[in-house]
Each structure stands twice: as structure tokens, then as C-alpha cells.
Design a protein around this ligand. Structure first.
Ligand code: SF4
Ligand code: SF4
Length: 477
């Protein structure tokens, strides 16, 4: 055996009580190190390269050379150690992208919205009556394109977005009827989801969504003062009172599925614990997730660096509550933490940050194909349209650009297979280029994932059944 060295970007060590856990970065998997593995890694960390004579001298008669060899072979097979001087490969060489296994189509049914939230990123937003509305014909072509591009899937998702999607219910009702018949004829399932500002909800609509088992998320930013800071009517009035009333009606009547809430954090709004308490404990949303705004066009709404520190500190305090609940076998409904736990549990090895452009495309009101709902109405060139299908060369070039991490800061980052360079739209808003990773809060993200790895390890050690109850069903749902 020549000398060996540690491949530091491929491992991350976390202590949980007296156990030393190894987070294996290439596969996003967690192992508990046995005493020999632990001693070997600590030895590499203190001495750097290790040769056979050094190892023999260190372990002497305490551990058999055979046991040391076997453990080193295991570490080598995990690419945690390799021959000194060898060139480490941290990321698989990107392969040409030929297939786009679309299973989700987002229909941007109306560019109009009845609210005028100050921080809204939509370039094409207008009032509902003046908004560009999607025709039934375009919606049908979108669904047919989905089936043509990706036939034979057992399950498809149709997502409604806007503007405010409830401001164009006629096309939603028509396409739901169409989809239910069309997908049933193919013996495939179809799942509908929708994010709404809730203001247009009424009992009839709730009954309709119940009947068709919609997955519903309400956009709401917290208690009155926080919500009304930005989520206002076209006339400038706060919308908290109406959103609260409608959300309560929804939560009382909706039985098909749990209802989630999406919070947008902007400058001056960072108190995630108070917001969570209000939305989850007081109002009763099953899950609350936070989206910090860091790179919007309107820079006055972007969280400052100090505010981002506060936000992540608050998220970690909520994460601690999540851990305590998980050890008592409860999911406390903190969406960001639950997503991280899901990613870690599934050993998610994300080469890309999300499904946009691969498993998901968003259709604008005129039938143009966009990476996701956030790009509709933007200046970003389209990737085809529903008449002519996906512009595969253009989309492949885009995706391959993000798959190739060489010469980027992500290449050796320890959370590269969880973050994957971050949201394309954030990059686009910040740098005008969706392929550039969004580097603006990497240290905070790494700290957040480290925290998540420690939480995950502790739940795995003390109550692994939590994942069977709360993570596996979510995956199959
Ligand atoms: S964007 Fe930053 S945190 Fe994310 S993978 Fe790249 S370097 Fe790591
Ligand atoms: S690009 Fe960003 S906003 Fe769009 S789906 Fe991906 S993570 Fe979400």
C-alpha cells in the first residue's frame, strides 16, 4: 500500500452525544463510524497522508493489520480516502442531457392578481380583469404536450399558478374535468395543486377543491402587522383580516389533504418563530414553510446580510423544537426542516437544485415554456411552446450548464448534493444568469445543513420510526 490521504470535500463529521457520525457527501448518506473508522479518520485529520509503516506503528498490536486494511478499503470505496497524489473527482462528469422526464406541468392561468403585494417578483403582473388569461385550448395543449413528451408515467401533476389562480377558475374547472377523463383513460393518476392568496375563496370553491383533492397552499406572511406590511390590495389596504377569515374557513372545511402555508420573508420581517406560532399553532396550518427573499429586483425588499443571520438563527431555534417533537414522535409542521430531513433520509443526491426544466416546466398564458412559474413573464428566453414541444437543444444546454460544477464554488462544497447551487430564479434575479450558482449566503446554508445533519442523526439514533411515519408516506403521496 502506498500512502493514502483524506478526500475532505467528500465527508463531514457530526457528533451526536457520544457517537461520531459520518455524513457521506457524494451520496448524502449518514453512517455511524465504528471505533476503528473513527480513529483512522482522526488520524488522517491530524497527520495528513498516512503510509503503511505509519499505520503499523500507530496500531501496533492493538488492531490487526487485516482489520485496518478492510476499513481502509471501505473508506476508499466510499471515496473518503484515496491514494496520495491521485486527482479526486468530487462530482460525476456531466452526461449529455437527452431526456426530459416531465411529470409536472405548471399552468400560469392568469397574469392578473387581485392583490398588489409590494415585493411581488412577477414582471407581468396586472389586475385580474386586465390580466392575460390562459385559454382552455392552451391548457389542453399543455397537458397533451406533457403526455407526448413523457408518456407512460403512473402519476402526473398539474399545478395552477398566477397571478392569482382563483381569478381564472373557469379554465381550472374545464382542465380538471379534461385531465380526470384523459388520465383515467391512460390508467394514470393526476394530482392537482394550487397556491393562492386565499382572498377569493368561498364555500363553493372549497367544496370543489375537496371533491378533486387539490393540494392547497396559502400565501400568508404572519400576524397582522407583518402580513399587512406587504400583502396589500391594489388600493393599498392590508389584507390580513380577509385572508385570516378565509384561511380559517378553509382550514375548518377542507378535509381532502393537509393545507400548507407559504411565508415570504422580506426586509424587516425575520421573526420566524412568532410567524410560525401564529400560522401553525393559532390558525392551524398543517405545515408552514419560509421563503427568504434575497435577490429580488426590488432591492429594498431583500433581506440584509444581518437579517439573514437572524432568519437562520430563528430557523435553528424552530429546528430544535422540530427535533424535540420528532423525538416525541410528532411532526411539528416546520416545512423547511421537514424538507431537509426528507432529503437527508432519502439520501437525495441532487445534481440539480430542483425539478425545473427537467421534471417540471411552466406554461405561460400564451403557451410558452418556462423553467418554472417564477420565470413566466420574465425576459428569460422560452424553451419552446405547447404547439411545437420543448426546445430540447436549448433546454439541454441550460441543464448541462448547471450540471457541470467544474470551476465553480460548488465543486467541493460539502452541501453540493443538497443545495446544488441554489434556485435558478434567485441566480437569474441576482446575476441575470440562471446558470450561475447563487453564492450569496453559502456559509449560512452550510451551517443550516450541518445543523440538519445533527438533528437527523439524533432522530435516527433515538426515534428512527419517525421517518417511517412522517417521511416515507410523504414520498409515496
Ligand atoms: S451555492 Fe454555495 S452553498 Fe450551494 S452548493 Fe454552491 S457553494 Fe455550496
Ligand atoms: S427555479 Fe427556484 S423557484 Fe423555480 S422551481 Fe426551482 S427552486 Fe423553485
Amino acid at each position: 500500500m502506498g500512502s493514502l490521504t483524506l478526500v475532505k470535500p467528500n465527508l463531514h463529521l457530526v457528533d451526536v452525544d457520544s457517537r461520531r457520525m459520518l455524513f457521506h457527501v457524494p451520496s448524502s448518506s449518514l453512517f455511524e463510524l465504528d471505533p476503528l473508522g473513527r480513529e483512522l479518520i482522526e488520524l488522517f485529520e491530524t497527520r495528513g497522508d498516512l503510509s503503511a509503516p505509519m499505520l503499523r506503528a500507530h496500531f501496533a498490536d492493538r488492531v490487526s493489520p487485516q482489520a485496518v486494511r478492510e476499513t481502509l478499503e471501505e473508506l476508499k470505496s466510499l471515496e473518503i480516502v484515496h491514494d496520495s497524489g491521485a486527482v479526486a473527482s468530487y462530482n460525476p462528469r456531466p452526461k449529455p442531457v437527452k431526456n426530459f422526464p416531465l411529470t409536472t406541468i405548471v399552468l400560469n392561468v392568469n397574469t392578473g392578481c387581485n392583490l398588489s403585494c409590494t415585493y411581488c417578483y412577477k414582471e407581468d403582473l396586472t389586475t385580474p380583469s386586465q390580466g392575460d388569461k390562459m385559454s382552455f385550448d392552451t391548457a389542453v395543449k399543455s397537458v397533451e404536450m406533457l403526455l407526448q413528451e413523457s408518456p407512460g408515467q403512473p402519476r402526473y401533476n398539474v399545478v395552477f399558478f398566477g397571478g392569482e389562480p382563483l381569478s381564472h377558475m373557469p379554465v381550472i374547472r374545464q382542465i380538471v374535468t379534461y385531465c380526470e377523463e384523459r388520465f383515467a383513460s391512460l390508467e394514470a393518476q393526476v394530482d392537482f395543486t394550487l397556491t393562492t392568496n386565499a382572498t377569493l375563496l368561498n364555500e363553493t370553491l372549497i367544496e370543489y377543491f375537496n371533491d378533486h383533492r387539490f393540494g392547497l397552499t396559502v400565501s400568508m406572511d404572519g400576524p397582522e402587522a407583518m402580513h399587512d406590511k406587504n400583502r396589500i390590495t391594489v388600493g393599498g389596504q392590508g389584507t390580513y383580516a380577509v385572508v385570516r377569515r378565509k384561511a380559517q374557513m378553509l382550514l375548518e372545511r377542507y378535509s381532502a389533504r393537509p393545507v400548507g402555508c407559504r411565508v415570504t420573508l422580506t426586509r424587516g420581517i425575520t421573526d420566524v418563530e412568532t410567524i410560525f406560532d401564529h400560522l401553525h399553532r393559532e390558525l392551524g396550518f398543517t405545515e408552514v414553510g419560509f421563503g427568504p427573499v434575497t435577490s429580488g429586483d426590488i432591492t429594498a425588499f431583500n433581506l440584509t446580510a444581518d437579517e439573514m443571520v437572524d432568519v437562520f438563527a430563528g430557523m435553528k431555534r424552530l429546528g430544535q423544537q422540530y427535533l424535540e417533537a420528532a423525538l416525541a414522535h410528532r411532526n411539528m409542521g416546520f416545512g423547511n426542516m421537514h424538507q431537509l430531513m426528507t432529503d437527508l433520509h432519502e439520501g437525495n443526491k441532487k445534481q440539480l437544485p430542483c425539478g425545473a426544466g427537467v421534471g417540471l416546466l411552466a406554461v405561460d398564458t400564451q403557451g410558452g415554456l418556462n423553467l418554472c412559474h417564477r420565470f413566466t413573464g420574465s425576459e428569460m428566453p422560452l424553451f419552446g411552446d405547447v404547439e411545437n414541444g420543448i426546445d430540447k437543444p436549448a433546454l439541454a444546454a441550460f441543464v448541462e450548464g448547471r450540471l457541470d460544477r467544474s470551476n465553480t464554488g460548488c465543486e467541493t462544497c460539502r452541501i453540493r448534493n443538497i443545495c446544488s447551487g441554489g434556485c435558478y430564479h434567485e441566480s437569474y434575479a441576482k446575476y441575470g444568469d440562471a446558470t450561475t450558482p447563487s453564492y450569496h449566503y453559502c456559509d449560512l446554508l452550510r451551517d443550516w445543513v450541518d445543523f440538519g445533519v445533527a438533528v437527523y442523526s439524533q432522530i435516527m439514533v433515538e426515534n428512527p420510526a419517525f421517518f417511517d411515519t412522517y417521511v416515507s408516506p410523504r414520498r409515496s403521496a
